[in-house]
Design a binder for this molecule. Sequence first.
Ligand code: SF4
Length: 280
Amino acid sequence: MSEEKVLEQTSIEATSPFELRLNLGTGVPENAVKTALTTGDMGFLHSFTTGSTVDGPGVRLVAWTAGCQWRCLYCHNPDTWSMVNGMPVTLDHAIDEVRKYRHGLKVMSGGLTLSGGEPLMQDRFAVRLLTAVKKMGVHTAIETNGYLGDRLTDEEIEQIDLVLLGLKTAPARHLHLTGKEMGPTLEFAQRLSRLGRKIWVRFVLVPGLTDDPENIGEIAKFAASLGNVERVEVLPFHQMGKYKWKELKLNYTLDSTEQAPRELVERACAQFRAEGLKAD
Ligand code: SF4
């Protein structure tokens, strides 16, 4: 199916990433997907959303990419796991979408954030889009789990002004929580440190899953050891993505988990601050 045909049916702009979007890439021939992944000429996106103040500095335009190889138990957007659920969007179209907003983004000290899903599943598309956006003078950020960081050269990393790096839990529980080992994420964080690139750590606080002080202490120590972490964002778990798990008939194990209360968030922030980090 051509990009135009798909776009006839669904707008690339969504009001929120919590919109359930399925099968927007069905019909794209397998070889076209392979070519897209190799060249970055086309990407697969859940959507663009505008006006975010929680995905990087200032006001952000966010491109939500499709495809993630992790399976975090608390994932809010499991519809972004499969690339087939993403809308095929040419690189030029994606660049034009950012160009529309570039003046406003600069005025509001914001920029473009590539999120997902895992944007580095489509590393060529990500690099080419971020490079074009940076050339417009717009701030670039990527929200990533870091697992595929070795797909980027040092020069490509320079196109990213800020990495929002998800540190989900300490290594011992990482496989259980995400389905993958933490080693590549830790290595990517250390590489960003060596390169002097800025990181904001994102840590989702899930009662009964990630909230014990020993776990948080271990993450805080690692983050502090890097020396390039500008900020830690402690994000209280919520249930807004639960309906997606149900719609997709996935086994959701956090049905009875409460949203993290303010005191718990404060306690976690205090642990990060005790290591000399700015946390909120
Ligand atoms: S890394 Fe992000 S998108 Fe992937 S499963 Fe985890 S929370 Fe979901």
